[in-house]
Design a protein around this ligand. Structure first.
Ligand code: ATP
Ligand code: MG
Length: 298
């Protein structure tokens, strides 16, 4: 079975569809398939990784949402996180730039290193961390400011440009990299909230790029976009991977297959399998991965 056949058998973009897909046979019921805690099959490690994550656990109060996950994220790779709703993809992603800090009941344990620096060190400058590890959310969230000011916001607060001409250059370059410059160059003073959803999402990408991050985290960045806007963002992701390390959460298996080098499959807070994307979608090693990608989801 090639990758397209494999993925087209899977229910895409909807857990509901997956749920109503072909009934599992009695002997392969999903709930009977064991996951060994802390054991991930495939290729979870990399040489000289950008992120080295070991024995990560995340608690919301007493509930353990992430259960002993170890993973390396390589430099300049695009890695997709996939898995059923509630399996911990967003929670794990948010550990990478300490976005979980804003959730009072959330506690993170384990070793999380970015270029050999402890992300959770008590003296870590979180503002600096988030400039290095930017984030794009599911719903485009431009500030109610002009297009120019949205992109200039980060460089201003981080003091990246002393002169107006330097700031203009950063804004133009960021909008160009986000594939938006030609559409907005004549209306940089217009308010960002008046743009289409797809444009707003590319503006949020431009805003993230403007502070020269090393990593960009994306949590379902296309789920509010139509197919044309989605295609533009996916094209951007491919171009951006030359410069940045990208971690993308997606419910679309086609999207994971199109944009990512490796794919990580999560299940109930466990990291079940990480492998080259082609391998995950053509010959997954774990039975749970297989049942998810083929839509046999009990
Ligand atoms: N702020 C929170 N407070 C308490 N529990 C939370 C919070 N956020 C997430 N959880 C719980 O943690 C678990 C993992 O949730 P998470 O949002 O990370 O899953 P997900 O894989 O991103 O799901 P989805 O695909 O629906 O976005 C779930 O059981 C969820 O209920
Ligand atoms: Mg999520």
């Amino acid at each position: 079975m090639n990758m397209n056949e494999s993925i087209s058998r899977a229910a895409d973009n909807s857990d509901e569809t997956v749920m109503s897909a072909q009934e599992p046979e009695a002997e392969t019921r999903r709930e009977d398939i064991k996951v060994e805690e802390g054991k991930t099959v495939g290729v979870p490690y990399a040489d000289d990784p950008k992120f080295k994550l070991r024995n990560v656990e995340v608690f919301y109060g007493e509930d353990r949402a992430i259960k002993d996950i170890s993973l390396d994220i390589a430099r300049n790779e695009v890695i997709s996180f996939i898995g059923p709703s509630g399996c911990g993809k967003s929670t794990f992603l948010r550990c990478l730039n300490r976005m979980n800090d804003s959730i009072d009941i959330c506690r993170v344990k384990g070793q999380l290193m970015l270029d050999d620096e402890d992300i959770y060190h008590s003296k870590k400058d979180v503002v600096e961390l988030r400039a290095r590890v930017g984030m794009v959310f599911q719903k485009p969230n431009p500030f109610p400011k002009s297009i120019y000011d949205n992109v200039a916001y980060g460089p201003r607060i981080h003091g990246l440009a002393n002169r107006k001409s330097d700031l203009d250059e950063i804004v133009e370059n960021s909008l160009r990299k986000a594939g938006l410059w030609d559409e907005v160059k004549d209306r940089l003073d217009a308010t960002a909230t008046g743009m289409s959803g797809g444009q707003q999402q590319r503006l949020c990408i431009a805003r993230a790029i403007a502070v020269s991050p090393e990593v960009i985290l994306m949590d379902e960045p296309c789920s509010a976009l139509d197919p044309i806007a989605t295609a533009k963002v996916e094209e951007l992701i491919s171009e951006m991977s030359e410069t940045y390390t990208i971690v993308i959460v997606t419910h679309s298996m086609q999207q994971a297959a199109r944009v990512s080098h490796r794919t990580a499959y999560f299940h109930l807070g466990h990291l079940v399998e990480v492998n080259e994307t082609t391998k995950v979608f053509t010959s997954p090693e774990h039975e749970l991965t297989e049942s998810y990608i083929t839509g046999r989801f009990g």
